[in-house]
Design a protein around this ligand. Sequence first.
Ligand code: ADP
Ligand code: MG
Length: 312
Amino acid sequence: MSRIVIALGGNALGNTPAEQMERLSEAAPSLVGLIKQGHEIIVSHGNGPQVGMIKLAFDSASAAGDKVASMALPECTAMSQGYIGAHLQNAILREVRKEGMPWYAATVVTQVVVDEKDPAFQKPTKPIGAFYDEQTARARMKADPSAVYAEDAGRGWRQMVASPKPVDIVEKESILNLLDHEFIVIACGGGGVPVVKKGNGDYVTVPAVIDKDFASAKLAELVGADYLFILTAVDRVAIRYGTPQQEDLAELTVEEAKRYCDEGHFAPGSMLPKVQAAISFAQSGPGRRAVIASLEKAPLAMKGESGTMIHA
Ligand code: ADP
Ligand code: MG
């Protein structure tokens, strides 16, 4: 039996709650398929499109009147963990029941610790929420000097937040306890609610977005997983991606993966963080393996018949 952390891509979850429920119902047999093979699974997921939608809804509603308070990003992330987690629980439990298996499912609203001194805070790069004209953006920066707004690819001004690296998971003991009691755990959604630890031991939220692939690698490391599965929209990692010379890879050593990263084979913001997260997990302990595969082919990837395996 292996312990497997499975990271689901946020882009695979559709654009509406109904679409999301449908996609997750389709994904559940793959996830439960891994349990049927005798493994223990922990599920994490992205939330880019979903948290963007929640932030935008609060931005627009609070701008339109005084009945709705504006909502900071960490709270929006927590909300996204809640409803995506609810849909995952629903879909997984239905599948578990069908198979007559004695498993429970629970979502842990997860806070992920980042370093206050992470250089990413000096250079916020992730655009979030609503678009504004320059004048409004400058007024908002004046009202809240800690907020950064910048021009986003010719489309208007948006708030920019940092994307620091995860260093610890506040709820890791809760997650481990649930795993010990036959729970399928859903954790670290959207990379987690970002917090920094203060001198007195308190955790304080920070306006940032933690990459879900890096947070999932940290989760896999902290729960002592054997495998990290990063499930996305392609069957395998490729070199020379999107060219006539594209070559899909079944297996990669950490050394080869690092070389391909340096050679620029993986797009920043999509495949590059996945390969970097895979490298970081594969290097974190003996026998640890990362697999990047498509959602539908996860059980095949477990048998080595699909996906790209990255190992030391
Ligand atoms: P997710 O929502 O799962 O994080 P992303 O869209 O962020 O998905 O990243 C996965 C995408 O990365 C793939 O669907 C593919 O279009 C793209 N991609 C970029 N470079 C590569 C590559 N070298 N090999 C395979 N896919 C790549
Ligand atoms: Mg992504």
